[in-house]
Write a protein that binds this ligand. Structure first.
Ligand code: AHR
Length: 542
């Protein structure tokens, strides 16, 4: 597999474009916690608690729910189900999302939002229209709309990230939705909310000004300048309603677009001073042009996400510089995941059905390993990426699937949940030395990829380690530069012999985490071994 591998070390600060490697400790019955005879090469991690990349914004590990397929209907909302409450909300799903601690959830789309009239989804349910959604060719009964979403967010303890229709919708309609959601009373739209039975305003802070408006597939697709002016107009009107909003302009849909980066520049030339963030989207594939099915290359693709982030930051700062603006935009990576198999839902496959089975991607072990790598990449860029959403959350390209009797954790559930649970406080700027291998069009890629956090509140340290090597374990040696760790609180690893293994309702633990024996620290060093094809999370007390 690594015939072109060059055994040399990469030594770089973990924030660089192609660095890091390293790991942690663990060990269980299957896996050696302490390196033994025959152990693999070594990756070294230098951890200095004084070297911090940025405070970690919890919204870095948000998610996304779109009116698409079975995400809303049959996903979070299933009136009549034995598993639902009086509102029709699936109780098992609510409990799961609450436990996961998802901080922010984008809604209602996605492509869907560009043809959505939010007024269809509020008011008495019996009067709401059945609408043909032209993004996914599906029927939307509108029985779940803005007020239901706000109630669901409150119940699961998450914050809404509201998408606005800048396709068929107007800036006036966008501002009306802000007024409906955020103004207390005494205006047309706030009084309508009250009439609908919701006295308290919601105080929605984060708003996306449209979705993927650079894409010819998008309803209302337009040129960058047209969109930039429309976003500016919407932002201005929305801020008259509520000056405290945080607004996200639509960036490029990804590096595959012919207008990649140029779109971002032209849009920002129009609306830089009116927005706070710019969106990025990216879906990774282990097929075709991207990797040709080469898993070693696929597991390096998180470095391509980092390149995309760095290029987009450069464009934001270029425009900010042109404008002599004191303001720095942050990024909202509000759609990211692996997605390449279940793509047939595009355009026509909704067949005018309610809750059709669309985009029900089945995730395998290698997908989960890359999702772990992508989480590492987001952590390393936490200085500029303040919001990011795993796309999506339930049933549609999702970590969680439902059926009539319960729910299933797909493989990608584990690395995402570990980031939610253990990445806390501040992101560490780690120095990692790792052996590397050659990847076409990417150069030298470290076998071992590490990101980490330190929580100044409680002193806990967490490391997240991807071993990209398909056949070899690595010894990870952590060199504690300025402090020694306390006890190992958590050591968990996702690995297996079959990269294509996946979970089903019949075999839900086919790919599941294993625990490690706790490695010990001596003389400021912790040494342990990570298995081939693995993603590991380790947490220490202060
Ligand atoms: O998440 C699925 C779709 O992917 C979204 O609707 C769209 O924004 C993107 O192209």
């Amino acid at each position: 597999m690594f015939s072109n591998e060059r055994r040399r070390f990469l030594r770089q600060a973990a924030n660089g474009a192609m660095a890091w490697g390293l790991t942690s400790l663990f060990g269980d019955s299957l896996l050696r916690g302490q390196p033994g005879p025959g152990s693999g090469d070594t990756a070294r991690v230098y951890l200095d608690s004084r070297r911090i990349t940025a405070p970690l914004d919890r919204n870095l590990f948000g998610s996304f729910l779109e009116h698409l397929g079975r995400a809303i209907y049959e996903g979070i909302f299933e009136p009549g189900s034995k598993l639902s409450d009086a509102n029709g909300f699936r109780k098992d799903v609510m409990e799961e999302v609450r436990q996961m601690g998802v901080p922010i959830i984008r809604y209602p789309g996605g492509n869907f939002v560009s043809g959505y009239n939010w007024l269809d989804g509020v008011g008495p349910k019996e009067s709401r229209p059945r609408v043909l959604d032209k993004a996914w060719n599906s029927i939307n009964t509108n029985q779940f709309g803005t007020n239901e979403f706000m109630a669901w967010c409150k119940a699961v303890g998450t914050e809404p990230l509201m998408g606005l229709n800048l396709g068929t919708g107007t800036p006036e309609e966008a501002a009306a939705l802000v007024e409906y959601c955020n103004v207390d009373k005494g205006t047309k739209w706030s009084d309508l909310r009250r009439k609908h039975g919701f006295a308290e305003p919601y105080g929605v802070k984060h708003w996306c000004l449209g979705n993927e408006m650079d894409g010819p597939w998008q309803i209302g697709h337009m040129t960058a300048t047209e969109y930039g002016l429309k976003a500016q107009d919407a932002a201005r009107q929305m801020r008259y309603v509520d000056p405290s909003l945080q607004l996200i302009a639509c960036g490029s849909s990804g590096p595959f677009m012919p207008t990649y980066l140029e779109w971002d520049r032209e849009v920002l030339e129009q609306c830089y001073e009116y927005v706070d963030g710019l969106s990025l989207h990216r879906y990774f594939s282990n097929s075709g042009q991207e990797t040709g099915g080469d898993s070693a290359k696929f597991l390096a693709m998180n470095l391509s996400m980092e390149k995309q982030i760095e290029e987009t930051v450069a464009v934001c700062d270029l425009v900010g510089g042109h404008k002599r603006s004191p303001k720095k935009l942050w990024l909202s990576f509000d759609e990211w995941n692996v997605w390449y198999r279940a793509r047939s839902g595009d355009a026509t496959n909704g067949h005018h059905q309610q809750a059709p089975h669309l985009l029900e991607e089945v995730y395998n072990l290698e997908d989960a390993l890359l999702v772990g790598g992508l989480a590492n990449s987001l952590l390393r860029h936490a200085d500029r990426v303040k919001v990011a959403c795993l796309a999506q959350l339930i049933n549609v390209i999702a970590p969680i699937m439902t059926n009539a009797n319960g729910l299933l954790h797909q493989t990608i559930y584990y690395p995402y949940t570990w980031a939610l649970q253990y990445a806390r406080g501040s992101v560490l700027n780690l120095l990692v030395e790792s052996p590397a291998y050659e990847v076409s069009n990417m150069g030298q890629v470290p076998f071992v990829d590490v990101a980490g956090t330190l929580n100044p509140q409680d002193g806990k340290v967490a490391l997240f380690i991807l071993n990209r090597d398909l056949s070899k374990p690595y010894v990870v040696e952590i060199s504690w530069q300025d402090k020694s760790p306390g006890q190992v609180l958590v050591g968990t690893v996702l690995t297996g012999t079959d990269l294509k293994a996946f979970n089903t309702f019949e075999a839900p633990l086919n790919v599941a985490p294993q625990t490690f024996a706790k490695p010990t620290t001596a003389n400021g060093r912790t040494k342990f071994e990570v298995p081939p094809r693995s993603y590991t999370a380790i947490q220490w007390s202060a």
